[in-house]
Design a binder for this molecule. Structure first.
Ligand code: C2O
Ligand code: CU
Length: 485
């Protein structure tokens, strides 16, 4: 080929190489080890090192979830999941959001302790972003941890169709000591045999009461991914369950999951798990040390998790998420990662207000089943609790239904006190916690100086839309009682 074209081709190769993944400093993995699972990142257009400024566009796009399966999904920037947003704790994040979907939407920043104006709840914190419209989200990220983003309009439908992404808030001084890190977005998607998305109301009110699980189980948007790792080398996995109903129960062929953190960053001390359960909305920060040989790969799978009547019976017992192949070469022989601990001060219980919440599923004759919070007290359309700025509340949540419900509170972290009367340790900051069927859990929360109407709901999004959704109005009102209209 002529010289100019050859030069151009070489230049393009260089540019491509320059834009490609760069190994983390201190990486002990083979080059390209995570190429099959690495998430695309949104480019930061702001030169200020403490401001991350990105553009996100919601639009329908064809995505490939397996070699022989693609589908027109609802996407952020053309991919499922959306781009990984990477910031440092204390940074300001500016997101120029444009909606090119055929429906109104918003973005909710799950777990971020932000001002109510940025919470993404239509009619409460902002108007819906209509097709063709834009909205700029602009806030500071006060806590390190893995968070995520998703719509808060017709959430069951829009999340089920593919709208979710991870927001990683890094703390450069966290001393975890593992350079090789993966962000894993777990989800599922329902595709009908014709190759299109299954309508979000499939199965009617029974589907809603149960919580619809997608037919295709995805890790970072792929049905079965592969990575090639170095045997015996520690990896840090930051995992979020963005599925609208499915619980993930991870199994790595006997390899231990050493959990060092959860929703709101690192936890009090590490806990080893044989299998790792994540309810919808929850996150886990774990260290794994996969071991094997090129002839003996490992499989990361999700084993069915019993979340109530009918959720396991007659179903295939697991879904494979990824194959972990081992590179040729010597086993890693470096030091084991250090112990990771974090001092977490228990929230002071003195003067805390007691709040009683009951989750029930009621079915009147000839009517669709309906979820209720605290029966008649709460069955009015406005399901409101009140809290004063600075007030501490202890929520006693009793789940009287036959299904487990992961409860999520917007805008604030809480600490779980006990489950079925047994104290819960290690101490951790949570924004989503599973309330198992037929059980009671107590959590404590302090409402700091960010007034506004903050939602709480089951993160099985069908259940939220089926009635398990309320709001706590934080302000300077005189009473912490229910609001009656
Ligand atoms: Cu992640 Cu109101 O939700
Ligand atoms: Cu639920």
């Amino acid at each position: 080929m002529p010289f100019a074209r050859r030069a151009l081709a070489a230049l393009m190769l260089l540019l491509l190489a320059g834009a490609g993944p760069v190994a983390a400093p201190g990486s002990v993995q083979p080059a390209g080890w995570d190429a099959g699972v690495r998430l695309p990142e949104a480019p930061d257009t702001n030169p200020d090192p403490h401001v991350v400024e990105i553009a996100i566009e919601a639009r329908v796009a064809r995505v490939q979830i397996a070699a022989e399966q693609s589908v027109d999904a609802w996407t952020y920037n053309g991919g499922v999941p959306g781009p990984l947003i990477r910031v440092r704790v204390g940074d300001r994040l500016v997101v120029h959001f444009t909606n090119h979907l055929p429906a109104p939407t918003t973005i909710h920043w799950h777990g971020i302790r932000l001002p109510i104006e940025m919470d993404g709840v239509p009619g409460v914190s902002q108007p819906e972003v209509k097709p063709g419209e834009s909205f700029t989200y602009d806030f500071t990220v006060p806590d390190a941890g893995l968070f995520w983003y998703h719509p808060h309009v017709a959430s069951a439908e829009q999340v089920g169709f593919g709208l979710y992404g991870a927001l990683l808030v890094e703390d450069p001084d966290d001393h975890v000591g593992v350079a090789d890190q993966l962000v894993m977005v777990l989800s599922d998607m329902s595709i009908v045999p014709a190759g299109t998305l299954e309508p979000a109301d499939a199965g009617g009110s029974i589907g809603t009461a149960f919580g619809r699980e997608g037919s295709h189980v995805l890790l970072n948007g792929r049905e079965r991914s592969t990575m090639t790792v170095r045997a015996g080398a520690p990896q840090r996995w930051r995992i979020v369950n963005t599925a609208k109903s499915r619980f993930f129960n991870l199994d790595l062929g006997g390899t231990i999951f050493r959990q060092i953190g959860t929703d709101g960053g690192l936890q009090e001390y590490a806990v080893d798990h044989d299998t790792l359960v994540l309810a919808p909305g929850e996150r886990a920060d774990v260290i794994v040390v996969p071991n094997g040989t090129p002839a003996r790969p490992l499989t990361l799978r999700s084993v069915l998790f019993y979340r109530g009547f009918g959720t396991v019976e007659g179903r295939f017992p697991y879904d494979d998420l990824a194959t972990i192949d081992f590179a040729e070469g010597p086993e890693y022989a470096g030091p084991a990662p250090p112990e990771v601990t974090r001092h977490i001060e228990p929230i002071d219980r003195t003067g805390a207000t007691a709040v009683d919440l009951q989750f029930t599923l009621v079915q009147a004759p000839d009517q669709a089943p309906e979820y209720q919070i605290s029966g008649p007290l709460f069955s009015a359309k406005e399901k409101l609790l009140r809290a004063k700025v600075g007030e501490t509340q202890i929520w006693e949540v009793t789940n009287k239904s036959s299904w487990s419900h992961p409860l999520h509170l917007h805008g604030y972290f809480f600490q779980v006190l006990d489950e079925k009367g047994a104290p819960v340790r290690p101490m951790a900051w949570k924004d989503t916690v599973n309330i198992p069927y037929d059980s009671t859990l107590r959590l404590i929360v302090r409402f700091d100086d960010r007034p506004g109407s903050w939602m709480f709901h089951c993160h099985i999004l069908d259940h939220a839309e089926g009635g398990l959704m309320g709001m706590v109005v934080v302000g300077n009102a005189p009473s912490a009682d229910h609001v009656h209209h």
